[in-house]
Structures are given as structure tokens and as C-alpha cells.
Design a protein around this ligand. Sequence first.
Ligand SMILES: Nc1ncnc2c1ncn2[C@@H]1O[C@H](COP(=O)(O)OP(=O)(O)O)[C@@H](O)[C@H]1O
Ligand SMILES: [Mg+2]
Length: 352
Amino acid sequence: MADIQLLNLSKRWGAVTGVKTMNLHIADGEFLVLLGPSGCGKTTTMRMIAGLEDVSDGQIRIGDRVVNDLDPKDRDIAMVFQSYGLYPTMTVYENIRFPLKVRKIPQAEHHARVMRAADTVELGELLNRKPAALSGGQRQRVALARAIVREPKVFLMDEPLSNLDAKLRVSTRAQIKNLHHELKTTTIYVTHDQIEAMTLADRVVVMNKGEVQQVGTPLEIYDRPANTFVASFIGSPAMNLIPGEIRGGTFTAPGVEIPGFAAPDGTVTLGFRAEDAQVAASGEIQAPVYSMELLGDSSMATLQLGSKSFAAVKSAKDFKAEIGDSLAVRAPASICHLFDAQTGQRIVGANR
Ligand SMILES: Nc1ncnc2c1ncn2[C@@H]1O[C@H](COP(=O)(O)OP(=O)(O)O)[C@@H](O)[C@H]1O
Ligand SMILES: [Mg+2]
């Protein structure tokens, strides 16, 4: 077990910046998720921690050791990637055992450790199969078992579920969560999928363009996004973001008039979540329906606000409206967020 510290960590290739001055402390036993769009620097961060990429600046500490100059094999880390990287000619058993051979672990320990790792991810029945005879989900479980068998101080997982179909992703996700509950190994997990991040993480690090945007528990980043980037990345649908202006504490935009803000006059971006607003007989928003979608457990009305903005509002699954109908929506200041129109940063204390 070990904690991990990233101190002013950065990575550049000539003029290209992969990661900008990152500072992070990952607690012993924590499950930390790096979340952000493609190209934001997640894999680069992982590869530096694993020792597969040199750092340009800064320090990486695992436990009480600075590991900058340690070879990957000496960092006591096991990685799981999107591509499973199994040896096609070896059985599941031999694939799981392979890291023990490479590391010259005494033969006598192999069988018990392979069986324990295989049981943890429920592969007991498949030990004699070759990878070609396994489904994608089973292959990814072999890759997990091969990481588990080493009993490392740290797991690094880079988009391990992205090659699986939607249903399998959900069940394998639950398995990874359960695995961490059992082993309590410090884990850094990379994904571009915000639902994966929200469901798995103790804390989420939201990244964009090589920079950390916010660090917090899933609830913190959902309830109090630090800026419009985080607001538009978290939640499904993402938070509604509506440009408008504050005059005398009242926010206005086409079809929208919300009093009760404690913010100075000026242009701002209003944010609220589809699930916090309510279709009603009258409300702060009055606008035509742009589309209606049945989601299953609920339905979603998208309203058109003037020529450029839209707002999604969740309603009961049996709620019916036609495109073009004028809808009233309750969206009081107490459910709203305000962001600076220029910087996108949350305006603290204006509302929630
Ligand atoms: N070896 C490299 N040389 C130059 N640029 C790179 C190299 N590896 C990654 N990058 C760039 O660094 C940025 C971050 O990449 P990466 O960490 O792979 O993003 P992510 O994993 O979040 O999708 C991207 O703009 C990518 O093109
Ligand atoms: Mg990547």
C-alpha cells in the first residue's frame, strides 16, 4: 500500500504541452479517477507515474520514495490498458502467471496466487482456455487478474472498459468497484466517460488541455462545478448553460427571468441541471418546446431560448408535449449556478 504525490509535474515535447504543472496527493487506498476529453493529458500523466515517459519537470513520490529515476519494473505498479495485451498462445492460467515468472517469484507460490487472482475476477472456470476463445469482457478480466496477481502497491488503469459493449461495461465496472473494496489498493483510473468516473471514484480529477480543472468527490463536482468546462462535462445531460445578464439581482435571457441573485450587474452564464427544474403551470422560464424525448424512467423536454440557447428539463415519463408548444418551467435562483461570462469560473456566493 502507498500514497502517491505529484509535485509540479509537467510534460512537454518541444512546443507541445501534454501536462501543465500538476499537483495532486492520492491517499493510500484511494480510488482516484482522471477524467477529461481525448487529448487532455490523462494517458501522459499515467505513463509518467508508471515510468514509461520521462517527466519534463516536477517530482513523483510513491510512498516515501521519489520514483523519477526508477525503472518501471522497480515502481511496484501494475497497469491495465484498453487493449488487453494477452499472450495469444498462452492459456488464461499461464497469462495470469506470467508476471510471477518474469519477477522470479518462487515457483511454489505461483499456483495459489494465480488461483486467488482468478477467483477474485471469477475466471476459475476458464483457466485452460486461450484468449481467442474468450469474450471481450472475459479477456479484460484476465488482464485484471494479471495485474492483481502481482499484489502491487498501485494499480494504474487506462480506459480499461472502452473496448467493451455498453452492457458489459456496466457489469465490469461493478466488478472493478468490488475489487477495489476487497483489495483497497491505491488506484488511478483514467476515463473520458463521466458516468464511469462518478460511479467508481473516491475523488475525480477533471482535466482539460493538460490542466486540472477541479478535484473533488463525485458529489462535489456534480453539485458545485468550478467552471463551465466542468459543468458541461459532468451529468447526463450536461448542465444547461445559458448566456444572459444580471440587473439588480435578476437574471434575464430570452424566455428566462429569474430574480433573487446576490451578484453584481453584468453579463454571466447561468447554469442549472435538467433534473432540478420542473415543468409547471407558470415559472421563471417560458419557452417553446424544441424536442421531446422519452428516456424510459422519465422524459426530457428541450426548450428553445431565443435563437441560440437551449435548456433541457426532465419531467415525468408520462408527460406529453408537442414540439412548438409553449412550456413554463420552475427554475428558481436556489437551483441555479452563475459563472463569469468571460472566464467561465463559478461566481461564488451568488446563489447555491
Ligand atoms: N509522444 C508525444 N509527442 C508529442 N505529443 C504527444 C505525445 N504523446 C502525447 N502527445 C500529446 O499530448 C496531449 C495529451 O495526450 P494524452 O495524454 O494521450 O491524452 P488523453 O490520454 O487524455 O487522451 C495530446 O495533445 C497528444 O497529442
Ligand atoms: Mg489516453
